[in-house]
Write a protein that binds this ligand. Structure first.
Ligand code: ADE
Length: 246
């Protein structure tokens, strides 16, 4: 997969994209991530990328020319057209695991990070093919949102996660939060690991994990449970066990 990111602050990406799973995926050639500085596509000597809003008002607005030209140059260089051009904006559709799964199927994505107080509406209307928000809050720019999208999408690319840390057991992958995990020591400060996990009975462990995932989702994110596929018997068990705290 190839991901091109357009930003006014390209330095933001260096550290997060050079750590851990994403770093390994890039080194293995599973994902090619290229950062472009929008200012490189300006034509004046001051590299002006923003301007005053028509009609007045506070703040500056990202100009359309460098953003349109950057996408056109990149598309031409790559010999592609009609690639998904995703604008990161608090006004976009809400990002979720299912949106990440949808994007992970694409061979190529272009992400545009908005900045300042806004961007020229013609970028939204005539360039972006999709607009994504990572939550109902306003960030200073789209850079952190783009990093969230890249991370969530990249870990779904086949081969990026080893089989030992498969994306299938992640929270949200089956519409439920992930079950609790423990590691050694078996007893820490008097708190024991649930005995089923040291029983060696894989059937019981799988059932315990499934039920804990259901219970945790019901307590913390009941809104998700409508989507999660739980059977009648599991629902009954859940209602009986919901009264305990945590
Ligand atoms: N840019 C600023 N806030 C944002 C958000 N919540 N999601 C995506 N891009 C943004």
């Amino acid at each position: 997969m190839r991901i091109d990111i357009l930003s006014l602050f390209p330095e933001t990406f260096a550290s997060p994209l050079n750590q851990s799973i994403i770093k390994r995926a890039r080194e293995q050639g599973l994902v090619d991530i290229v950062i472009h500085d929008i200012r490189d596509y300006t034509h004046d000597k001051h590299h002006t990328a923003d301007d005053y809003p028509y009609g007045g008002g506070p703040g500056m607005v990202l100009k359309p020319e460098p953003v349109f030209e950057a996408t056109e140059v990149i598309e031409k260089q790559l010999g592609v057209s009609e690639l998904p051009i995703i604008l990161l904006t608090p006004q976009g559709r809400l990002f979720s695991q299912s949106v990440a799964q949808e994007l992970a199927l694409r061979p190529h994505l272009m992400l545009i990070c908005g900045h300042y107080e806004g961007l020229d509406e013609r970028i939204c209307e005539h360039l972006a093919t999709d607009q994504i928000s990572i939550g109902d809050y306003v960030l200073s720019g789209g850079e952190l949102a783009a990093l969230v999208v890249v991370d969530a999408v990249a870990r779904l690319i086949p081969g990026v996660l080893g089989s030992e840390d498969s994306a299938n057991s992640d929270s949200h992958s089956d519409g439920l939060l992930e079950y609790p995990q423990y590691t050694r020591p078996e007893i820490y400060r008097g708190w024991s690991v649930p005995s089923v996990l040291v029983s060696g009975n894989h059937g019981h462990i799988a059932e315990w994990r499934r039920r804990q995932a259901i219970l945790r989702t019901a307590k913390r994110r009941p809104d998700l449970l409508e989507k999660g596929k739980i059977c009648e018997e599991e629902r009954k068990w859940m209602l009986e066990n919901l009264s305990s705290p945590k």
